[in-house]
Ligand binder design. Structure first.
Ligand code: EPU
Length: 422
């Protein structure tokens, strides 16, 4: 296992290229099994979560491999309908095989993914949606069993206590694409990853209208075909580098990004006194003191929960008091106690973090607990005095492609070293 050693205090400067979106690639890979023809997916980031999804596809008899040009080629001639716990538990997004497997095979068995460190992660809304399409769902011994003679289009409401569900919307779009008749998904997730999935599926021959809005209409077809697709850039990776530039008082151009996917993030950064230029790419520059801001996470186009921990790290070194409220995963505050080890002053009040900015953080060993929490620790390490050791960085590697290399190319002092050497 590796850890990151970061010596804080360097301003980041230069240009960084953003990788393909993890959260777009995962459901797109799942959608490729809706057809027995080959699909070629480009701009798929090289990440542990993607590797886990590829392994799962291979387990169910699907051919999934990287070509020489790095594109992912998937061919699901005869997939099996069984996804075991051992593989599903490693990567929660494997739940998005439920929709396509049910649509394609009319019968499948997928392990319940269980919770994770960011909180309770139920799949009740996914199951409610599939039932509306006529699937019979039972849960036995930790497995979801889905069965249907045929899926039939229906009207489905996907809103829950915390808004819509992103992977639930993906699952339902995929299942409805091969159902008989028309499905209306109300309170659908509007995230760019859903639009990307709809674009991919449309190229496969699916008939989808309204993706990106809360009402999606899917007219089922009998057959989908193979296609090629380029995954959109990772808006959360881009947002994380935007904060890296802001927190270090640097000047970074973030390339390959779609600025309109990051409206809520650049707006908050501007409010906190950071210069953000958008012109095809995004350039973030700061040479004045930061100002505190209040942030509330919301479904897209609101401020993303996946940027909450990183924003907390920024506010930890911003003079004044900021309140950061989590509305999607109310317990997603694992980073708070580790930031405190670096000297941050953050207290939790229910689903809000009250952040009193300190003048300086001071390097210390810290432990990554989940993907975005670990990104926050890396960001804090970039400005902490002395050396910060971020342990258990397999969490970072689940979602950031070569983060150490990319930060180093911007001038950060950051090294990946084996944990057992120390
Ligand atoms: N929810 C339910 N019932 C359900 C489904 C969701 O109550 O059946 C609740 C969740 O517990 C949560 C809220 O609804 O409170 C939203 O969850 P959602 O289903 O939208 O999350 P997800 O689709 O499982 C994706 C991303 C997450 C990201 C969330 C929210 C992928 C692979 N994962 O998860 O990304 O935080 O949407 O935007 O796309 C990450 O990349 O670090 C990450 C956790």
């Amino acid at each position: 296992m590796d850890k990151l050693l970061i010596t804080g205090g360097r301003q980041l400067k230069g240009t960084v290229q953003i990788s393909g979106s993890k959260n777009s690639a995962l459901p797109i890979i799942a959608a490729a099994i809706l057809t027995d023809e080959p699909c070629i997916i480009r701009n798929v980031p090289n990440l542990d979560d993607i590797g886990a999804m590829i392994k799962l596809l291979q387990f169910i008899g699907v051919s999934a491999k990287r070509r020489e040009d790095d594109a992912l080629e998937i061919r699901a001639e005869q997939p099996l309908g069984v996804c075991p716990y051992e593989l599903v538990r490693k990567m929660r997004a494997s739940i998005c095989l439920l929709g396509p497997l049910t649509a394609r095979l009319k019968k499948c068995k997928i392990s319940l993914p269980g919770g994770c460190v960011i909180g309770d992660r139920p799949v009740d809304i996914h199951l409610k949606g599939l039932k509306r399409l006529g699937a019979k769902i039972t849960i036995e011994q930790g497995y979801i069993y889905a069965q249907a003679q045929e899926l039939v289009g229906s009207e489905i409401f996907l809103g829950g206590r915390f808004g819509s569900t992103v992977l639930g919307t993906a699952n339902l779009m995929m299942a409805a694409s091969l159902a008989k008749g028309t499905t209306i998904i109300e309170s659908a997730a509007c995230e760019p990853e859903i639009v990307d999935l709809a674009d991919f599926m449309t190229k496969m021959g699916a008939r989808i209208k309204g993706a990106g809005s809360p009402i999606i209409e899917v007219e089922g077809v009998q057959h989908l075909r193979g296609t090629e697709h380029d995954v959109i850039p990772d808006r959360i990776e881009a947002g994380t580098f935007m904060v890296a530039a802001a927190i270090t008082g640097g000047d970074v151009e973030i390339k390959g990004v779609k600025p309109h996917h990051l409206g809520a993030v650049w707006d908050k950064l501007e409010e906190s006194g950071v210069d953000v230029y958008r012109n095809g790419s995004i350039r973030v520059r700061r040479n004045t003191p930061l100002k505190p801001v209040d942030v509330i996470t919301m479904p897209y186009p609101g401020f993303p929960t996946d940027m909450q921990a990183q924003m907390s790290a920024l506010m930890a070194v911003t003079p004044g008091i900021s309140v950061i409220t989590e509305k999607i995963f109310p317990n997603r505050f694992m980073h708070v106690s580790e930031l405190a080890r670096l000297g941050a002053n953050v207290s939790l009040e229910g689903a809000s973090a009250i952040v009193k900015g300190v003048e300086k953080l001071s390097g210390a060993p810290v432990m990554a607990s989940d993907l975005r929490a670990s990104a926050a620790l890396v960001l804090a390490g970039l400005v902490a005095d002395g050396e910060t050791e971020v342990k258990r960085i397999y969490h970072v590697d689940r979602g950031y492609e070569r983060i150490d290399e990319k930060l180093r190319s911007l001038g950060a002092k950051i090294e990946r070293v084996p944990e057992e050497n120390f």
